[in-house]
Design a protein around this ligand. Structure first.
Ligand code: T4K
Length: 425
């Protein structure tokens, strides 16, 4: 918790107490009405975790001294070993980013034709297919977990379907068992986009060990970051070997190419950052968990806004602080986001408007939304709030106070936002 305390000391000074009113019938003290923003500096979703700077710089010096910068150097090998151990799998292949990891795995598994994916995900899940001229077919999500609904998956299977990509959204595990049964019944490949789920589990078993393989993202905004990076983890040695060849132009040895490949390698400096971050993983999860509890406390009793639950049977990294702005709330999710942005709280509408409403999918499948009612609802109501070591409990109380104040004065907030010069998210 020392890191957390020092991070707190470094955070901005609050300019005012958010949510306070200037007088009985006076204008609520919110930035949309001209007050100073509640936070002098922006609070972000996905503020990068840095880990121990000294340890990182020592590793950086070592890399420079040894002049081994990339192409599977010692730090990459060490990080692969650590991740495989932590995940409980035999193989980890580090890659340049999560998207490249998905593309490599999709290709290595021989997927083609149609592959079933959720539309409530980051666009990379679908792009990784479309980029290779494979058609993503969107299935709906489960309302409780925000992950693929197995019944919707089964309904989407056609003779052209070759695989299913489940996404452990927000680090919550998919309905893995049910997807495995469906995949086996229809002889489909099953893989997982585990971009959000590093350090998470399904019951006692760590995410990373399911399906043919799983892909993590170590982007700057993730709980463990390598600046940019990702990993493919699998128990299948032959698949791992193919992935290693593919990520390095297909080279086996100095001048022998045995496979079609690309450059999907992670550099040494990225691996050094990953190793450094990994040393802080437990502290970061604990901090996010404490923040989650603080949000639960301060959001309690605010009508219409609730925390998306994490299932205690599974281990979570609490990386995303997800709230649901329900239809019973006095303001819409978009109105609340506009209020918060004006206060320097950069809340996010992940994954609005849904991949099916982004190009090229919108044009390719203009009617997709008709089959995705729960996806559409999640796209309307999810609001992700800042978390991580940079936030103190009083920051969290402040953010929740802003939400409370905005909802208490919903009519005036709405009227202000509707004016042409009103702020927009
Ligand atoms: N599958 C899923 C389910 C994913 O969520 C992702 C990535 C992928 C696949 C693909 O993995 P990668 O190829 O990215 O490894 C961010 C991330 O860029 C993206 O990695 C992530 N998902 C997605 C959920 O979030 P944006 O468009 O929200 O990024 P951006 O630039 O708005 O950053 C988010 C916030 O973080 C900002 O408010 C500012 C803050 N930030 C960001 C960066 C990069 C910082 O404070 N410092 C920084 O260096 O997508």
């Amino acid at each position: 918790m020392r890191r957390r305390a020092s991070a707190r000391n470094a955070t901005r000074k609050r300019k005012r107490s958010p949510g306070r009113l200037r007088g009985a019938r006076a204008t609520p003290s919110l930035a949309i009405f001209g007050a100073a923003p509640a936070f002098a500096e922006q609070l972000h979703v996905g503020r990068p975790n840095i880990g121990d700077r000294g340890r990182f710089l020592a590793r950086l010096n070592d890399i420079l001294d040894r002049r081994w910068l990339t192409n599977r150097g010692d730090y990459v090998v060490e990080l692969e070993r650590r991740i495989a151990g932590l995940t409980g799998v035999r193989n980890c292949v580090l890659v340049a980013n999560g998207t490249i990891g998905l593309e490599l795995l999709i290709r290595a598994l021989g997927l083609r034709g149609e592959v079933i994916v959720p539309a409530f995900t980051f666009v990379a899940t679908a792009h990784a297919l479309q980029w290779q001229e494979i058609t993503p077919v969107f299935a709906d999500i489960d309302r409780e977990t925000h992950c693929l609904d197995p019944r919707s998956v089964e309904a989407a299977i056609t003779p052209r379907t070759t695989g299913i990509i489940g996404v452990h959204l927000w680090g919550r595990p998919c309905a893995i068992g049910e997807l495995e049964v469906i995949a086996a019944r229809h002889q489909l490949k099953l893989m997982f986009d585990a971009a959000h789920a590093f350090g998470c589990s399904s019951g006692k078993r760590m995410i990373g060990s399911f399906g043919a393989a799983e892909v993590f993202s170590f982007h700057a905004t993730k709980i463990v970051n390598t600046f940019e990076g990702g990993a493919i983890v699998t128990d299948n040695d032959e698949l791992a070997e193919r992935l290693r060849l593919m990520q390095n132009f297909g080279f086996r040895g100095y001048d022998r190419v045995v496979y079609l490949g690309i450059n999907g390698k992670m550099s040494e400096v990225c691996a050094a950052m990953g190793l450094t971050n990994l040393e802080s993983l437990d502290a970061l999860v604990e901090c996010n968990r404490a923040n989650y509890r603080a949000y639960a406390k301060h959001l309690a009793g605010i009508p219409g806004v609730r925390l998306f639950p994490y299932d205690e049977r599974h281990r979570s990294n609490y990386q995303y602080l997800v709230t649901i702005v329900g239809e019973d709330a006095a303001l819409t999710r978009d109105e609340l986001v506009a209020v918060l942005h004006a206060e320097n709280v950069v809340a996010r509408r992940y994954f609005h408007p849904g991949v099916h409403r982004m190009e090229p999918y919108r044009t390719l499948f203009p009617d997709a939304h008709r089959l995705l009612p729960r996806t559409e609802q999640a796209c309307r109501e999810v609001m992700v709030l800042p978390t991580g070591p940079a936030l103190s409990e009083s920051d969290i109380a402040g953010v929740c106070g802003l939400i409370r104040a905005a909802l208490e004065h919903a009519a005036r907030v709405r009227e202000r936002l509707a004016r042409p010069e009103g702020p927009n998210p």
